[in-house]
Design a protein around this ligand. Structure first.
Ligand SMILES: CC(C)(COP(=O)(O)OP(=O)(O)OC[C@H]1O[C@@H](n2cnc3c(N)ncnc32)[C@H](O)[C@@H]1OP(=O)(O)O)[C@@H](O)C(=O)NCCC(=O)NCCS
Length: 205
């Protein structure tokens, strides 16, 4: 698709539908595999798509599949009902048309409707597009997961709260970050003091 064709795309023609049948998995896998760094087996797709059909949305443009969001809704050990975005992808030629935002919003609204307390997801720390999208939807970073992906990249866990406990984990995460910085600062100061003492001793010798 040329840049001109992209300019002529009409986002109002995009149709959003829930996942219908196994025949759609092949096309979906092909689209997702070319856009995500992490490979997923057909069993992962079936787990999400067959288990939570009502949380699996596909976007079509003139019959072509151009975007997808899939995930689940489970009871977390904290007893909170948690929506989880497993994968969200928009085909390259269709990016920056607010389709990713729409797919994520549909997912969030459905989770809310089903009684979720929160929605959570992970994304690579270097995935600026995804981080900006999620943060603009109200998600906040709650954890950094080192070497989370097969490619060795770190991830952030982000969360959006619907019910109480709002922001507690975000605050804890921020506190940890502040504590880490303070500790590093203290270590630097201690080291500077030691260096100064050593220099003083050297001078006196
Ligand atoms: C992340 C992704 C789904 C976003 O889809 P999209 O349809 O292009 O996003 P939208 O047009 O809805 O953008 C919504 C907001 O996200 C942010 N955003 C999206 N793409 C961005 C980019 N390339 N750079 C910076 N910000 C970006 C912006 O804040 C944007 O709002 P704005 O257009 O008002 O500035 C898409 O880039 C994608 O498929 N990436 C590859 C797969 C992936 O990384 N998935 C997420 C893994 S968790």
């Amino acid at each position: 698709m040329s840049a001109e064709d992209q300019q002529n795309l009409d986002p109002s023609k995009v149709v959003y539908e829930t996942y219908k049948s196994e025949e759609q998995i092949g096309i979906m896998m092909k689209m997702i595999e070319s856009e995500l760094s992490e490979p997923y087996s057909i069993f992962t797709y079936r787990y999400f798509l067959n288990g939570w059909r009502e949380l699996s949305y596909l976007a079509f443009y003139e019959g072509e599949m151009i975007g997808v969001v899939i995930g689940n809704l489970t009871k977390h050990k904290s007893q909170r009902l948690r929506g989880y975005v497993g994968m969200i992808v928009v085909k390259k030629q269709f990016r920056r048309l607010k389709l990713g935002r729409k797919l994520a919003q549909i997912f969030i609204d459905k989770c809310k409707e089903l009684g979720a307390d929160e929605v959570c997801l992970e994304t690579e720390c270097c995935n600026i597009a995804a981080l900006k999208l999620y943060q603009s939807l109200g998600f906040a970073k709650v954890k950094k997961l080192m070497n989370y992906y097969l490619n060795g990249n770190d991830a952030y866990r982000l969360k959006l709260w619907f019910t109480d406990k709002v922001g507690r984990e975000e605050i804890e995460y921020r506190q940890q970050e502040v504590l880490k910085k303070l500790q590093q600062q203290q270590e630097k100061e201690n080291q500077a003091e030691k260096d100064q003492e050593i220099n003083q001793e050297k001078k006196e010798q």
